[in-house]
Write a protein that binds this ligand. Structure first.
Ligand code: IMP
Ligand code: MG
Length: 331
């Protein structure tokens, strides 16, 4: 029987440090699941001061938990087995890793199409994500059950306490994001129900943001002129804002507080974790942006970090608890 489901997901454009947090809490659960995306995601996890990177396998495997890749994910078979081999070599029990028989397969043709037509225009990760989801919708896709070894095929049972970890994030969602500068899956917590549980089972919705914004890939909201800004460039270096999957330098801007508020309210976030606060403190400049149709763009500067924290807590007090976290801190 399912006891409760907690969901952890990103409130911005990805790369908020969700992996670190889900790894820290996953020991409290029986199953850790992914519900969306594929190898476009990149999870960085530190265990005993060692850095591990995964792209498709949920971080439950690091804590010896059943780790499920759900039916609304897309899987690159070669990359999946590469990751299995890597984790096995590192001493983790990969028999715990399961894929839904209904997950879809990314083929070489999907990757070639993405690299040729989508990556140059939209700055995708080039992993064949959109073409694989397109074939799924056209009902011509290939299913994991026919391509993955039976020992890694999930029996579609859920039980106990479940943690669902989102990939990509709120503003990359196919419905809510700034289309077409989005990914091809549903990144909001409601979509985790595609794993096969009732929305009534959802207990906590843990939304993760950073104290500043970053974007990998093309997006008119993040013009390349941002790379000319000296303070923001310092943030890139201090925060090491380079892609886990692509190694690309990210575009960085001050926190868009209006967007964060929309993401928190729409998603039903019950716990808001704001990450990388130590990086902003190293820069020692405390700014946020606002943008709404009525007032247009504006900026707010704070004298110190405590003032910024107080402002944020106050703005969210009727919605959720707020936790401020540092880059390497495990909370
Ligand atoms: P796709 O998911 O590869 O199609 O890429 C679509 C957009 O989402 C591009 O702007 C990517 O940079 C972005 N994106 C996809 N996955 C991630 C991620 O895990 N972190 C950050 N950005 C991502
Ligand atoms: Mg990531």
């Amino acid at each position: 029987m399912i006891k409760a489901v907690d969901i952890i997901f990103g409130l911005a454009w990805g790369d908020e440090g969700k992996g670190k947090i889900s790894n820290a809490i996953s020991k409290n659960y029986d199953i850790v699941c992914r519900w969306n995306g594929g190898p476009n995601a990149g999870h960085t996890v530190y265990l005993n001061n060692k850095k591990y990177k995964t792209h498709i396998i949920p971080c439950g495997v690091f804590q010896n938990k059943l780790s499920v890749i759900g039916p609304n994910c897309v899987v690159n078979v070669d990359k999946f087995y590469d990751e299995i081999e890597y984790l096995q070599k590192e001493g983790f029990d990969t028999s715990l890793v399961k894929i839904s028989p209904k997950a879809h397969i990314i083929t070489e043709r999907h990757i070639q199409y993405d690299l040729k037509f989508l990556k140059p225009k939209l700055g995708t990760t080039g992993q064949g994500i959109a073409p694989a989801y397109s074939d799924k919708m056209l009902r011509i896709g290939k299913l994991a059950k026919d391509y993955i070894d039976k020992k890694h095929i999930w029996n579609e049972e859920l039980f106990g306490n479940i943690l669902c970890e989102g990939a990509q994030s709120f503003w990359l969602d196919i419905n809510y994001g700034d289309y077409p500068y989005v990914t091809s899956s549903e990144t909001l917590p409601y979509a985790a129900c595609s794993l096969g549980f009732s929305p009534k089972k959802i207990r906590d919705i843990i939304g993760v943001s950073k104290i500043y914004d970053t974007k990998s890939g093309v997006d008119p909201l993040f013009p390349e002129s941002l790379w000319q800004d000296e303070q923001l460039n310092r943030l890139i270096e201090l925060g090491q804002e380079y892609g886990t999957t692509t190694g690309r330098k990210r575009l960085v801007n001050w926190l868009n507080f209006d967007k964060l508020k929309i993401a928190v309210k729409t998603s039903g976030t019950t716990k808001l974790i704001i990450n990388k606060c130590d990086i902003l403190q190293q820069l020692n400049i405390y700014k946020m942006r606002f943008y709404n149709q009525k007032d247009g763009p504006s900026c707010l500067s704070f004298y110190n970090f405590n003032d910024m924290k107080e402002y944020i807590c106050n703005e969210f007090k009727e919605y959720c608890e707020v936790v401020f976290s540092g880059n390497k801190e495990n909370i």
